[in-house]
Write a protein that binds this ligand. Structure first.
Ligand code: HEC
Length: 252
């Protein structure tokens, strides 16, 4: 009885905490695919070029990514290793936390588990959600992370959005012309980037795919083993079924 009351109490308090947080900002949905090695390779390249200066992936090793993403060791060492880092090392950065806090208000957090914490939809929206806001120290704000301390480091790719980008909007297509009338993302740019909106969305998809993989590198392997286990159980069931019949034959 005490257990029941405790469980009830816990459920009610968790629910009220969740309710107090209020509705989250709408986000765009994506289906990540951690079997798409090419996508994750592009994502990792983007990460090392644009994010690794500030954010670490300190619970993962370079070598694990190289193996799981199918990147040959020599190519990896030539292109994706920073400075004198060794392939067996953890993916740490040397950024000083106190200094970073002074620069950005908050130090850039480690991103190893960010996809598990925030979810891929949120990440996909966050990285496409920056817009110009002159009242902020770096001149940018974000639709899913209000008053964020991070600058828009991908502005040279995406361009700078003039207004808060729309999120969670169903794409509407004009049936006559086939043109898109309304869709998520940036509606008007203050300055252009080197990518088209579709290319940028694709690049962010790759990056989120990689971060999703990094959050649980053993998932591909676990799912593969899980499949074998299910196949084994299916075979085993046949034997057990006939054995069971054999045992009961004289009794019935
Ligand atoms: C110039 C440094 C810098 C770079 C480069 C940078 N970030 Fe950030 N990032 C930050 C800071 C600082 C924060 C913390 C913002 C805050 O809490 O207000 C942050 C926060 C984040 C968060 C939110 C984490 C959370 O859950 O609170 C994500 C996700 C993120 N960055 C992803 C990226 C990705 C992906 C890249 C590369 C495309 C990148 N960042 C590049 C400085 C940087």
């Amino acid at each position: 009885m005490i257990k029941l009351v405790a469980t009830l109490f816990f459920t009610i308090s968790v629910n009220s905490v969740l309710a107090a947080v209020g509705p989250a900002a709408p986000v765009d949905d994506i289906d990540t695919d951690i079997r798409d090695q090419e996508s994750m390779q592009r994502g990792m390249a983007l990460f090392t070029n644009y994010c690794f200066g500030c954010h670490s992936l300190e619970y993962s090793r370079y070598e694990r990514s190289a193996n799981d993403l199918g990147i040959p060791k020599e190519i990896f060492e030539e292109n994706l290793l920073e400075g004198d880092a060794k392939i067996g090392q953890l993916m740490t950065t040397s950024m000083d936390k106190d200094q970073a806090k002074a620069w950005f208000g908050n130090p850039p957090p480690d991103l190893t588990l960010v996809a598990r914490l925030r979810g891929p939809d949120w990440l996909y929206s966050y990285l496409r959600g920056f817009y110009a806001d002159p009242s902020r120290p770096y001149g940018v704000n974000n639709v899913v992370f209000k008053d964020v301390g991070m600058p828009h480091v991908l502005a040279d790719l995406q361009g700078m959005c003039a207004e808060p980008p729309l999120m969670g909007i169903d794409t509407e297509v004009d049936p006559l012309s086939g043109n898109i009338v309304k869709s998520s993302g940036c509606q008007e740019y203050k300055s252009e980037g080197s990518m088209t909106p579709a290319e940028y969305d694709e690049a962010i998809y790759d990056l989120v795919n990689y971060l999703e993989y990094v959050g649980e590198p053993s998932r591909i392997e676990s799912e593969r083993i899980g499949l074998y286990v299910l196949v084994f159980l299916a075979f085993f069931f046949v034997f057990v079924y006939f054995l069971n019949k054999e045992y009961w034959r004289d009794i019935h």
